[in-house]
Write a protein that binds this ligand. Structure first.
Ligand code: SAH
Length: 401
């Protein structure tokens, strides 16, 4: 069993977030560190009188000095602890009853599953793991063994090639951790639709699993059948595949990655369709949308699913201008009565702020926008009430006049 190798004493008045079960302790909240914990060691987090409130793992190289694992300071953080947390995450996914139509989903969503710094996505019989923190990196071997025991996968891959690792003082890491490597292109099913996923070279862990439900909601037959759909930031087809399945007359996919679009086109074939009316445009979505506006080209539906624009507090203003420009352009491309499905995956931009940005885009574009539905992340990416940072994906489906 791991020993507790130190004690973090919080500054007066800074214990509130800990008592409220928020999983992070920032450097600024710390009055003193007792003992000499090594990076990644377990520590107690205590109030200023020294009474322990929680157990955490520690990283002196990160602004988030400690990530809390248990609010019972006496709970032993042994293998059973980690197994129980993983098993709880698995149970929560089983209760979503995604199988058999959906074979790819997020099994572990880090802090939101009580496993700070650990992401595990399941693609059929292969697991893809992201170790985002030093605390998880140090326990990787144990976690891989537990995952193998609990899920009996064919293989476990690592895709710890995210920027988040830099903030923890860690280099990127990718490769096979356990069992057999998957084929270079793995066929997954999502709500019965097929996608080829490249687990070692695709974005994130290979696929944008968080948009699963929104693809189904936005691309319902009554919205897309017989319609022209602009699928901006298409990646490997995503929304466009659902639109095609539900009878869209033509889908225009735009993405800056020609490779992703090649896969999008392959995915159409994988589903057994031939769609000569679809287009695949490799380029900057802002520039392509501007060109369509100049040509006065119009669509029945525009989908905007851009990458994260705000990476830190100081990006927020610039990000909002980006979202506004993009949505303003999209509004100019819609026929009266058309639909706009627009998203932001910037955790730093709240749903409220995003809606304000859409408001100003609508005013400037002289269009009336009626919100039909607010959209969020799929439930295999749960939002932990005590950790609002876990809510990062927001979207709006609007009717545009
Ligand atoms: N809608 C997709 C996921 C989109 S992720 C799905 O359902 O699977 C964001 C995508 O935007 C990535 O594929 C990335 O290659 C692309 N991208 C990033 N910047 C871009 C730009 N300026 N213009 C067009 N595409 C861009």
């Amino acid at each position: 069993m791991e020993t507790i190798n130190g004690r973090i004493l919080l500054k007066p008045g800074r214990e509130k977030p800990v008592l409220n079960r928020h999983p992070w302790v920032f450097s600024g909240a710390i009055a003193a560190i007792e003992g000499s914990p090594e990076p990644g060691d377990l520590v107690h987090v205590a109030n200023r009188r020294g009474a322990p409130l929680a157990t955490a793992y520690y990283n002196p190289h990160s602004q988030i000095r400690a990530r809390l694992l248990s609010w019972n300071p006496n709970e032993p953080l042994d293998t059973t602890f980690w197994r129980t947390r993983l098993a709880r995450a698995m149970t929560a996914r089983q209760l979503l009853a995604l199988a058999p139509h959906t074979t790819a989903y997020r099994l572990v969503f880090a802090e939101a599953d009580g496993l700070p710094g650990l992401v595990v996505d399941r693609y059929g019989r292969t697991l893809v793991m992201q170790c985002l923190t030093l605390g998880i990196e140090r326990r990787k071997t144990m976690l891989v063994e537990l995952l193998a025991e609990l899920t009996q996968p064919a293989g476990i891959l690592e895709r710890s090639d995210t920027d988040a690792r830099k903030k923890e003082g860690l280099a990127p890491a990718t490769g096979l951790l356990w069992g057999a490597a998957p084929p270079s292109e793995l066929d997954i099913s999502e709500n019965g639709y097929h996608f080829g996923v490249q687990l070692l070279s695709g974005h994130k862990t290979g696929f944008y699993l968080d948009q699963r439900d929104n693809r189904a909601t936005v691309c319902q037959p009554q919205f897309v059948a017989g319609k022209s759909v602009l699928n901006a930031f298409a990646y490997t087809g995503g929304f466009g595949i659902y639109a095609a399945a539900h009878g869209a007359a033509a889908v225009t996919h735009i993405d800056s990655s020609a490779e992703a679009l090649e896969q999008a086109e392959k995915n159409v074939t994988l589903n057994g369709w031939t769609r000569p009316s679809d287009e695949y445009i490799a380029g900057d979505a802002f520039a392509v949308l501007r060109a369509y506006r100049d040509e006065k080209r119009l669509f029945d539906m525009v989908i905007l699913d851009p990458p994260k624009f705000a990476h830190s507090q100081r990006d927020i203003e610039r990000a909002c201008r980006g979202y506004k420009d993009l949505n303003w352009l999209a509004l100019r491309l819609l026929k009266p009565g058309g639909l706009l499905a627009t998203f932001s995956c910037s955790g730093l931009i709240s749903a409220d702020l995003f809606q304000k940005v859409l408001f100003s885009a609508a005013v400037d574009a002289h269009r009336d926008v009626q919100i039909l539905q607010h959209l969020g992340q799929a439930p295999d990416h749960p939002i932990l009430l005590t950790y609002p940072e876990s809510a990062y994906l927001k979207g709006v489906l609007g009717r545009v006049w």
